[in-house]
Design a binder for this molecule. Structure first.
Ligand code: GDP
Length: 445
């Protein structure tokens, strides 16, 4: 789990603090010495650590302890606030051009950082926001990069523009922008080539693209597990080509947190998203506040509540309920409710944000979740035409065969899904009032 080792160390420091009645200057200094060690071991940039400890100390010694808090909690509060500051305080959104204007986003980064995967993840986010993204395969050097983008684009239901590996990336980018204009794509995401290390050719190529197409946002993808290397890469890219923000990948495997904590403070550029796994749904908006409470091991209850609220507001729940009752529930609604779950990262992810659920229990929960099954159901629904999704009654045997072929599953699976779906609709109709009890009753159908 992300930040495990750092959280554990910090929690130990705070445990000792908590047990004290009053905090003396010596207590604060001793605790901060340990915090400093923990942060350095977590591979946080040393200048950032120094500044951090200084700020906390200045605020903690001699600070009025707020009503309702003990002195130890007061220090935690200050540490938390300073950590949030270190990560930039506010959540930064990738800036899209307003209305139907096309936004060109250039993805840059070293090979293996997760650029191609993240490009597809991002496209999924934009699609959910009602945009029509176009993914562009500009990585003509890495074997299989183009195909990887195509496969992921298809999984996301997003169009991928390629010209093979026989053209210069800048020309591919230009052609893609023309294509987007004709095709109505309002977000164009360029997946550029990385190298193993920062090198001149790569930078020149990126500069050339920037000079020839109207890039609105340059987004650097870095691997969180590389710690300070990621921070150095970010500084270099920003100096050479200028970046607007960073996506930090593989945070799920990062037990230390050094990159997450230092990038903003060192480069001045915000972290936009965090990659939390290999699945295409594993991309989370970066919230400094929530990240800090995760690092401090306070259990990210905030994220949990907010996610649940954002994903399904009361209005939408009520609307779905009405349709359920009238048996108007369609496969589109089904997709919708599945994507709600996915946006929340599945049950396992939701549970992991609760305080007090440990590694062993998480493992069991994860094993019990059948994500593969969900993916197959989704593939089947995506193989239906919009008309079929809206009116499942249309799905006759020949359509079922076509859907099965499209989804790459056996026709019996399609039969089963359609049948289950019909049964669920019937049941809903026969159970008036079932959904309306709680304010948020029947959230996921
Ligand atoms: P690229 O060379 O930068 O395009 O990197 P890829 O997109 O091919 O990713 C390299 C590897 O990192 C792949 O195996 C991805 O599945 C994996 N990866 C990417 N993002 C994440 C993430 O957020 N978490 C984890 N655990 N793996 C990731």
């Amino acid at each position: 789990m992300a930040f495990d080792s750092l959280s554990e160390k910090l929690q130990n420091v705070f445990k000792n603090l908590r047990s004290k009645g009053r905090l003396t200057e010596a207590d604060v200094k001793a605790a901060l010495k340990e915090v400093k060690m923990a942060l350095l071991e977590a591979d946080v940039n040393f200048k950032v650590v120094k500044q951090f400890v200084k700020s906390v100390q200045e605020r903690a010694i001699g600070a009025d302890v707020m009503n309702g808090l003990n002195p130890g909690q007061m220090v935690i509060k200050i540490v938390n606030e300073e950590m949030i500051k270190m990560m930039g305080s506010e959540t930064t959104e990738l800036k899209l051009r307003p209305g139907q204007a096309t936004t060109i986003i250039m993805m840059v980064g070293l090979q293996g950082a997760g650029k191609t995967t993240t490009t597809a993840k991002l496209a999924g986010k934009f699609k959910l926001k009602g945009k029509k993204p176009l993914l562009v395969a500009c990585d003509v050097y890495r074997p299989a990069a183009i195909q990887q983008l195509q496969v992921n684009g298809e999984k996301q239901g997003v169009e991928v523009f390629t010209m093979g590996d026989g053209h210069k990336p800048v020309n591919i980018a230009k052609a893609a922008v023309e294509h987007a204009a004709k095709n109505g794509n309002n977000v164009v995401i360029l997946d550029t080539a990385g190298r193993l290390h920062v090198d001149e050719d790569m930078m020149d190529e990126l500069i050339e693209i920037k000079e020839n197409v109207d890039v609105a946002q340059t987004v650097l993808v870095v691997d969180a597990m590389t710690g300070q290397d990621a921070v150095n890469v970010a500084s270099t890219f920003d100096e050479k080509i200028g970046i607007d923000g960073v996506i930090l990948t593989k945070l799920d495997g990062d037990t230390r947190g050094g990159a997450a904590l230092s990038i903003r403070a060192v480069t001045g550029k915000p972290i936009l998203y965090a990659g939390m796994g290999e699945k295409l749904s594993d991309l989370e908006q970066f919230y400094p506040e929530r990240m800090a409470s995760r690092i401090l091991g306070m259990g990210d209850v905030l994220t949990l509540i907010e996610k649940a609220q954002a994903e399904m507001d009361d209005e939408k729940a009520a609307e779905m309920e009405k349709r359920f009752r009238k048996a108007e529930f369609t496969f589109n609604d089904y997709l919708d409710s599945m994507s709600q779950m996915k946006k929340m990262g599945g049950f396992a992810n939701v549970l992991s944000m609760m305080p007090g659920i440990g590694g062993a229990q998480m493992k069991q929960i994860e094993d019990a979740m059948d994500e593969k099954k969900m993916a197959r159901i989704e593939a089947i629904i995506y193989s239906m035409t919009p008309a079929e999704r809206g009116d499942p009654n249309l799905i006759n045997p020949s359509r079922k065969r076509r859907i099965a072929a499209g989804a790459g599953v056996d026709i019996s699976e399609v039969n089963r899904l359609v049948k289950q779906f019909e049964q669920a609709r019937k049941m809903m109709k026969q159970m008036p009032g079932m959904m309306g009890k709680g304010k948020r009753g029947g959230k996921f159908g």
